[in-house]
Design a protein around this ligand. Sequence first.
Ligand SMILES: NC(=O)C1=CN([C@@H]2O[C@H](COP(=O)(O)OP(=O)(O)OC[C@H]3O[C@@H](n4cnc5c(N)ncnc54)[C@H](OP(=O)(O)O)[C@@H]3O)[C@@H](O)[C@H]2O)C=CC1
Ligand SMILES: O=C(O)C1=N[C@H](C(=O)O)C[C@H](O)C1
Length: 259
Amino acid sequence: MTRIGLIGAGGRMGRAIAQVIAATPDTEIAGGVDRPDAGANEIAPGLQIMAQAAVLAGQCDVLVDFSSPSALPENLAAARAANTPIVIGTTGLEAQHHALIDAAAAQVAVLQAANTSLGVNLIGHLVREAAARLGPDWDIEVLEMHHRHKVDAPSGTGLFLGTAAAAGRGVDLDQVSDRARDGITGPRREGHIGFAVMRGGSVAGDHQVVFAGEGERIEIGHRAETREIFARGAVKAALWLAGKPAGRYWMTDVLGLPR
Ligand SMILES: NC(=O)C1=CN([C@@H]2O[C@H](COP(=O)(O)OP(=O)(O)OC[C@H]3O[C@@H](n4cnc5c(N)ncnc54)[C@H](OP(=O)(O)O)[C@@H]3O)[C@@H](O)[C@H]2O)C=CC1
Ligand SMILES: O=C(O)C1=N[C@H](C(=O)O)C[C@H](O)C1
């Protein structure tokens, strides 16, 4: 039996993950972290909601964190103190968060993924390949749309796909990304990777990478029809990570895809 500790248990993803855990053999939810009024019994019958990740980390085999960037330092500290592997699905992470993840991975197994679906991780590979083969005269734009509640932009997946495209071209995304355009922007900057963001309704997550050449376009895209695909991937990642030695792991490792 693998006991999963769920951080952000009361959120949209926390609830979806709790349902997948309930349907997965030899897997149980050890407890959750969220606000005290998160509605524990609606998430999973008998679920205990705790205020501190440190307590939960000592009571589970693996932590799964879909909460907020501001909670990440405490969650990583809890994983380190209890030597409990942690899957991080939270997005909106910045350089300082990745530095904390790298430091934690020296001591405990950490898997961070902006998107835990099979489809997105597969197209990440395709985007990298396309960018490597097409050359700099093909303009690359990343488009994404999400539900009206999403608080970070561009999405973590959009940035993941932009990073894959930049890697294919052998450049650093930070040096070439155009994250916003407004007003008299001037012509497109050669070699840059642009991002466009839409928010509305209940969209679970749409992403498209457009390679625009002279007279033709290639579009590589993914549409999430339900949050369950992320939840299934998160539980698969947790079961894979439980018991692994210290290190930073990737969703591609879980799915058997090239990194
Ligand atoms: N990797 C992937 O495949 C996916 C990643 N995500 C990402 O997962 C994260 C969560 O998404 P979603 O479930 O939609 O968001 P929600 O806002 O619905 O859920 C987050 C939950 O975590 C709680 N929470 C946040 N910070 C704290 C804290 N410091 N202490 C206690 N509880 C806290 C929130 O409580 P409160 O609302 O009271 O703050 C909320 O209940 C986002 O970053 C999102 O982008 C989403 C889908 C797929
Ligand atoms: O907030 C969401 O909902 C999602 N967030 C992730 C992201 O930022 O890429 C993954 C997915 O697209 C849904």
